[in-house]
Design a protein around this ligand. Structure first.
Ligand SMILES: [Zn+2]
Length: 272
């Protein structure tokens, strides 16, 4: 599932290659991924120039302008959404949409079709995602403390909760908690201020490193240029249950928290 680093990579690549280009066409093969009708989306976007690409958590927002005004298309890749350009690529049945930017095709492909594309009212703070918390890379320590310090749910569930802060999914939550030395079942209310600060610092560190390495590829995520990300080789705990901890050699264990599997080191992340 694409998380913040994967979406950030798509945002940067789109921004580097397509900003300043006019959208000449939009081929829609499967309208089920669109929130509005194909006609509404086409008439809002075609003929406008891509002016900017924004990201909030795992949401991508494309900003289009022309003399008549602006339009904003929000894209949520969800489970298996991909956005890419690829020389000589012939779209398969999973490509539901192809943007044509002055002769350059950009494909939206989504095997499970859970992703969504939606016209929204703002490029930075659309009301459609008003329920989503501040971006994980942007949130400052005082606000982080205000949002989590009183919570009694397991820290793992809190970090996955996009209404508290947006962008962390299962992979990066497990990695952040490992680096911070915090057991996934600890409750924020029981953690001291320095530990809460360390969780935030490590979460940002993991995200930045993953962005640098092009994200993490499991199953079928590929980046904007059709290549897999290589952060997988840097993972300390995620997907490594039963193997030994890189730091202390203890066997990594798995448990379920908030409906998700969590891998942790019982020595580096003590429960109390
Ligand atoms: Zn360990």
């Amino acid at each position: 599932m694409p998380e913040l680093p994967e979406v950030e990579n798509v945002a940067r690549a789109l921004s580097d290659t397509m900003v300043g280009r006019r959208l000449d066409g939009l081929k829609i093969s499967y309208p089920g991924v669109l929130v509005q009708s194909p006609r509404t989306i086409r008439s809002a976007l075609i003929g406008k120039t891509l002016a900017g690409v924004h990201r909030h958590g795992k949401y991508l927002i494309l900003e289009f302008i022309d003399d008549s005004g602006s339009a904003h298309l929000m894209i949520h890749l969800r489970m298996t959404g991909q956005i890419f350009i690829l020389d000589g690529y012939i779209p398969d049945k999973h490509v539901h949409l192809t943007f044509n930017f002055e002769g350059c095709p950009v494909h939206y492909r989504d095997i499970r079709k859970f992703g969504r594309l939606e016209l929204v009212d703002d490029a930075v703070n659309p009301s459609a995602i008003a329920h989503v918390g501040p971006d994980m890379l942007e949130i400052r320590l005082p606000e982080w403390r205000r949002r989590i310090a009183h919570r009694t749910a397991p820290i793992k569930a809190i970090l996955l909760d996009q209404s508290i802060a947006a962008g962390l999914g299962n992979i990066y939550v497990d990695e952040s908690l490992f680096l911070a030395g915090v057991h996934p079942l600890r409750r924020p209310r029981d953690l001291d201020p320095a530990t809460l600060a360390e969780v935030l610092r490590r979460a940002k560190q993991v995200l930045r490193l993953a962005i640098k390495h092009g994200g993490t590829t499991f199953m079928n995520f590929t980046n904007f240029h059709g290549k897999p990300g290589n952060f997988k080789t840097k993972l300390c705990v995620y997907g490594r249950s039963g193997q030994s901890c890189n730091y202390c050699g203890t066997t990594l264990r798995k448990l379920r928290v908030a409906g998700r599997s969590s891998v942790f080191c019982p020595s580096c992340q003590p429960e109390s």
